[in-house]
Design a protein around this ligand. Structure first.
Ligand SMILES: Nc1nc2c(c(=O)[nH]1)N[C@H]1C(S)=C(S)[C@@H](COP(=O)(O)OP(=O)(O)OC[C@H]3O[C@@H](n4cnc5c(N)ncnc54)[C@H](O)[C@@H]3O)O[C@H]1N2
Ligand code: MOO
Length: 411
């Protein structure tokens, strides 16, 4: 029986080369405008400029009395001439020997330059206000524009909006926000052995897990998952679902499984019949060697290996940066960080290895990481228990406990 295309051992592509090929020519998805309330976790499509100055007037920072500093003397009463609550400015002027009752956030009245806090003031029998402490000149007054001025460019295109950015956007008076639309990611699991969670598998079947993890990852990154279910190991069904993904205007089609060289690893062959333009296949990494990338018309195809940990590690290294590129985010890759090994490591072969590990301690500000004993790429229990992946470059020498290493944190 004819197998899927094979390539000789020497043809494994380096991860960085594969990533560069994948991201080459990726154009960001269009912008759309959403209500401020819908903008959390979305990626800003344009710089956001302040439409107003904040505060728009010199404002009191405390509850007390607006005064002219030059008039202040201990136990010399000032005449109270009015009141300025927040949202209701005092219309007059504070003249020599006068003060105005003022509250936090109210505009400082004309003539006044300082706020005497009420704790440092006594009210005389005639209603006059006597300072019991003398504040410094200008004390307790926020200058107009202290926070920002109209025209300030405070949020940048490519920035992922969070609660802090949204507070600022609101203060800048933006009720709607230009963001990148959510990239659509079709997700197709493949394999006769798979059933959906909750079903009763036959004795020779297992429960499909990967698609649900990929969908959650896509949502976390600000995309919309389009679940295409589980296709059996039949090229015609896989092809029809892939065509459905293109017709649904998916930006990306993620296939799961069927990526390797077995007789039933059909994805590449099935998609070739629909005009797949193959970008690359097979990467020098573990887990995740059979990763495939290509295009079906306008839809980018990422064929992830079926082993659950393989598909999730390749998603971290390839799907995440692809989605970030589609969203025009400036940082595409999860950073590698320094760490200290808690156990020994054997020398590595030619595939860059990603070892599941736990952070067991901290030393000199660095995490101390212990590789988990079992690293089989089918094992979701260890993937879920891991805090990070230790990155072992191709042909890295053996390392002893205490040596430095590099890790990618798992979110
Ligand atoms: N002769 C060779 N055999 C294999 C090679 C090789 O180079 N030569 N590569 C191995 C590597 S590495 C990997 S990784 C796997 C991946 O192959 P496939 O992408 O074709 O994956 P499948 O064979 O379809 O499935 C592998 C494994 O994962 C389970 N699986 C698949 N989909 C799901 C899912 N959605 N949820 C949970 N589990 C899933 C599937 O049942 C299999 O157990 O190939 C090696 N073989
Ligand atoms: O690369 Mo496979 O992903 O070793 O298990």
């Amino acid at each position: 029986m004819a197998g899927a295309p094979t390539s000789p051992k020497s043809e494994l592509l380096a991860i960085a080369d594969a990533q560069a090929r994948l991201l080459d020519g990726v154009a960001p998805v269009e912008a759309e405008t959403v209500a401020l309330a819908e903008a959390n976790r979305r990626v800003l499509a344009e710089d956001l400029v302040a439409t107003r100055t904040q505060p728009p007037f010199a404002a009191s920072a405390m509850d007390g009395y607006a005064v002219r500093h030059a008039d202040l003397a201990l136990d010399v009463a000032l005449r109270l001439v009015g009141e300025a609550p927040a949202g209701r400015a005092f219309a007059g002027t504070v003249d020599a020997g006068e003060c105005v009752r003022i509250f936090t956030g109210a505009p400082l009245p004309a003539g006044a330059d300082t706020v005497l806090i009420q704790e440092d003031a006594a009210v005389a029998a005639d209603g006059g206000i006597r300072p019991t402490e003398i504040p410094a000149p200008g004390r307790n007054v926020r200058a107009a524009g202290l926070d920002f001025a109209a025209g300030d460019r405070l949020l940048r295109a490519g920035q992922r909006l969070d609660y802090r950015a949204l507070a600022l956007a609101a203060a800048m008076n933006h009720a709607t926000i230009p963001v990148r639309r959510r990239p659509r990611v079709a997700i197709l699991a493949t394999g006769d052995e798979l059933v959906e969670p909750g079903a009763t598998p036959r004795p020779d079947q297992i429960v499909a897990s990967n698609a649900h993890a990929i969908a959650a990852l896509v949502e976390d990154l600000g995309g919309t998952p389009l679940p295409l279910g589980i296709a059996p190991d039949r090229a015609d069904v896989i092809a029809a679902r892939a065509v459905a993904a293109v017709e649904a205007r998916a930006d990306v089609l993620v296939t799961l499984g069927g990526a390797s060289v077995g007789d039933h690893d059909l994805v590449q062959r099935a998609l070739a019949g629909e005009g797949l333009q193959l970008g690359f296949w097979k990467i020098a990494m573990r887990p995740g060697k059979p990763l495939m990338s290509g295009r079906l018309g306008p839809t980018r195809v990422l064929g992830l290996p079926g082993n659950p940990v393989s598909s999730l590690v390749t998603a971290i290294l390839f799907l995440k940066p692809l989605l970030r590129a589609l969203l025009a985010e400036p940082t595409l890759f999860d950073p590698e960080r320094e760490a200290i090994l808690a156990g020994d490591l054997k020398p590595n072969d030619r595939r860059q290895d990603y070892l599941r590990a736990r952070i067991v301690d901290w030393r000199d500000g660095l995490p101390v990481v212990e590789p988990l004993a079992l690293q089989d790429s089918s094992m979701l229990s260890s993937f879920a228990a891991a805090d990070c992946l230790i990155v072992r470059p191709p042909n890295a020498p053996a390392l002893a406990a205490g040596a430095g290493c590099r890790i990618v944190l798992l979110g």
